[in-house]
Design a protein around this ligand. Structure first.
Ligand code: AMP
Ligand code: MG
Length: 340
């Protein structure tokens, strides 16, 4: 009898220990894709998975970087107008996905914007305002239909000399998909990753409550939220002119360009977050909606439009997709909320 009881006691201790282990929270922070990446994950598999995410992001950035001359993207750009360039299969897939999406943007999103991004250099150490003549000369180079992808041969070619690809508008969202894969493969049941404000939430917290996500107050530091809502197994990508900009002669120039003008998009949106199960899709839409402007963006985010997200305008109106209504909470005063 005593032995049986002792065995039961041991089993109970073991179960409790296993449970505590699965509920233990680990965190990691590192720098990638020009921004801070923060991870939180629970359980015994968490640390290995988070290390793998960090390594995968480094490889992803090395293949993608627009500035790193050794990257696959830099090789494609350097050979523009010349011979096709062999690239990694992931780059083929990514470019297929990016061009499929940009074709739906009504000319608001273009990964061939790179010559213009370079001319402005908003995210570089030496930003400047290009002349209208410069913009006019570069604009004809912006055309995602000029990206020739030969999936069978594993090559990519840009049709004209001077053309270049910049995946900055979807890279962070696609990286969220990479994190999802790695958490899943490692058996992590609960995790959270933020890549410069683009967030992926994997499952629920160990106590079965959902992760609550903040929608950033663009006028304050990154930790201040206007509102919050819950999310599970989804990505939110946020775009806004406040994220990266420079000022010259009292004018603010931000990093989201309008492919039609080659200049920073004259948007009536302050900030827009798009939620989707696919990070690349969410990130594509966040940038696209910002360029589209409020009217068209609200159509997309409304119940009829089928999109999901949050939009803030300059009058402190906060438009929230109906799908978020049940968990939505305003945490700062001074905003008018519309569920759409
Ligand atoms: P996001 O923060 O996701 O809106 O992406 C902004 C980044 O995407 C910029 O830093 C540029 O690298 C790139 N970008 C800017 N404007 C566009 C655009 N209209 N279409 C595609 N990519 C863009
Ligand atoms: Mg984006």
């Amino acid at each position: 009898m005593f032995v049986v009881l002792a065995l039961f006691a041991l089993l109970a201790v073991w179960l409790l220990a296993a449970r505590a282990q699965s509920e233990k929270r680990y965190t990691r922070a590192f720098f990638s894709m020009s921004t801070m990446v923060d991870q939180k994950a629970y359980g015994s598999k968490a640390e290995a998975a988070m290390d793998e995410v960090e390594a995968a992001f480094a490889a992803f950035e090395a293949a993608l970087s627009f500035y790193d001359t050794n990257s696959d993207i830099a090789a494609i750009n350097a050979a523009a107008g010349g011979e096709p360039v062999s690239v990694k299969p992931q780059i083929i897939t990514l470019l297929q996905e990016a061009t499929r999406l940009s074709a739906q943007s009504d000319n608001a999103f273009a990964i061939t914007l790179a010559p213009l991004s370079l001319a402005w250099g908003v995210t570089s150490d030496t930003p400047r305002v290009p002349t209208q003549a410069e913009l006019d000369a570069l604009l004809p180079l912006v055309n995602d239909a000029d990206i020739e992808i030969d999936a069978a041969a594993g090559t990519v070619r840009l049709a004209h000399a001077g053309q270049a690809i910049d995946l900055g508008g979807i890279a962070k969202g696609v990286a969220c998909n990479l994190a999802r894969e790695i958490y899943g493969k490692n058996g992590v049941e609960s995790a959270f990753i933020s890549i410069g404000g683009n967030v992926y939430v994997h499952g629920k917290k160990p106590d079965d409550s959902a992760y609550r996500i903040g929608f950033r107050d663009p006028t304050r530091d990154a930790s201040a939220s206007i509102a919050s809502f819950v999310m599970e197994d989804k990505v939110i990508a946020v775009s806004g002119g406040y994220e990266r900009f420079f000022e010259q002669d009292g004018v603010r120039y931000h990093h989201i360009l309008d492919p039609k003008t080659g200049a920073p998009a004259q948007s009536d949106i302050v900030s827009v977050g798009v939620i989707d199960a696919d990070g690349g899709v969410a990130d594509f839409y966040s940038t696209t909606l910002f360029v589209w402007g409020k009217e068209k963006a609200l159509e997309f985010l409304s119940e009829q439009g089928g999109g999901c997200g949050i939009l803030l305008d300059a009058e402190n109106n906060l438009y929230v997709s109906k799908a978020l209504e049940t968990s939505f909470e305003l945490v700062e005063e001074g905003y008018t909320v519309f569920f759409i």
